[in-house]
Design a protein around this ligand. Structure first.
Ligand SMILES: *Cc1c(COP(=O)(O)O)cnc(C)c1O
Length: 375
């Protein structure tokens, strides 16, 4: 059996190597490395897939969040509400823009931001909410959009971990993750569900005026060449990355199905183990399983991880230290104990390998090894 990895990008590439290599070769032979035709083509194809009016490529998922906040015209001191249990990028850009990050608690079952906690945190200075579709399923968008409408707030969906997931409204209609709020953002970091061969990101919106503003900000605040209407950034999706992504987009639904099959397999092996809580699937969202994250009960997590590693099974902790306990984000408002659910999750979560390329043998080995050690 080959070495088990958290994510197997090499096998995934090898399955579509000819297509990818041809697409890369085409970029190399035209030399249009910046703003080549593949960028526009991928933006259009992704917009069609997501059923959203505009997709704007950029350099990475963190820039996507930053540009989204700049495009909304948020000003120093404005408050932006986001989840306490997330990857640092979300809070980082809020702080970088000198906005005020307001953290709120998450739902202990789905790991996504708690709408009731959002409403409690709203003040006169609140301007935006940033829900994160953590680990591959959507936050409770219907409730979040209702709150946003009631208080006239913008919503930026951080879709870096959930591209392709469907959210279902109570009237039975559905929309793709990232196309429900004012703006959606995503990352094409290689290990994300739609990953390129380096850094990449994108911004989605149905609003024509925002699209113009986003394109301008991502391009040095430039309206016409050498005319700068506001301060912008330099954040582009490379042509090479767009060419790769345009091929991989065709396989995105297949990739999600493969991840879901892995999750279904793990679920069935772990379901009855009393020391494991398997991932809870939201009734309002499909799950694209960017991560397969267990909650452990009465298990020494570090010891388990060491034993798993000795048996050749890697595992990860997403995320070991909540934002409010990170040195960079220490704040008098939030002490230890401020977010009990988030703190408990940081202590008990464990993510297992999940990707699109497992053999049955490899998958069975991981599941049985975990079961033997915890069961
Ligand atoms: C990966 C990720 C980002 C940042 O994406 P980069 O492309 O690495 O900048 C932002 N938010 C979340 C939730 C992520 O998982």
């Amino acid at each position: 059996m080959s070495e088990i990895q958290m994510v197997d990008l090499t096998t995934q590439y090898n399955r579509i190597k000819v297509e990818i290599d041809n697409a890369i070769q085409e970029v190399l032979s035209t030399g249009k490395f910046i703003k080549g035709p593949q960028v526009k083509q991928f933006e259009e194809n992704l917009a069609r897939y997501l059923e959203v009016k505009h997709v704007i490529g950029c350099a990475n998922g963190t820039d996507a969040l930053q540009i989204a906040m700049m495009a909304l015209g948020l000003k120093e001191g404005d408050e932006v509400i986001t989840a306490s249990f997330t990857y640092v990028a979300t809070a980082e850009v809020i702080a970088l823009l000198r906005l005020k990050p307001v953290l709120v608690e998450v739902n202990s079952a789905t790991f996504t931001i708690d709408p009731e906690a959002i409403e409690k945190a709203i003040t006169e200075k609140t301007k935006a909410i940033v829900p994160v579709h953590l680990f591959g399923q959507c936050a409770d968008m219907e409730a979040i959009m209702k709150i946003a409408a009631k208080y006239n707030l913008a919503v930026i969906e951080d879709t870096a971990q959930a591209i392709g997931a469907d959210y279902f409204f109570s009237d039975g209609s559905s929309k793709k993750a990232g196309t429900i709020g004012t703006i959606g953002t995503t990352s094409f970091f290689p290990s994300k569900n739609l990953g390129c061969f380096g850094d990449g990101g994108a911004i989605f919106t149905n609003d024509d005026a925002l699209e113009k503003k986003i394109r301008m900000i991502a391009n040095h605040g430039q309206s016409v060449q050498y005319v700068h209407d506001e301060i912008g950034v330099n954040s582009r999706l490379d042509t090479l990355q767009a060419a790769v992504l345009d091929i991989k987009l065709k396989y995105l639904d297949d990739y999600a199905a493969r991840r879901r099959n892995v999750a279904d397999y793990y679920d069935q092996v772990f379901m009855d183990l009393k020391n494991i809580q398997i991932p809870v699937r939201s009734p309002n969202s499909t799950h694209v399983f960017h991560q397969y994250t267990l909650q452990l009960r009465n298990v020494n997590r570090n010891e388990l991880r060491e034993k798993l590693a000795e048996a050749g099974v890697p595992s990860m902790i997403y995320y070991p230290i909540p934002l409010h306990l990170q040195n960079a984000y220490k704040d008098d408002r939030y002490e230890q104990g401020a977010f009990p659910i988030t703190e408990a999750l940081s202590d008990c979560v464990l993510s297992l390998p999940i990707h699109t390329e497992f053999t049955e043998e490899g998958l069975r080995y991981i599941a049985e090894t975990v079961k033997k050690m915890i069961g």
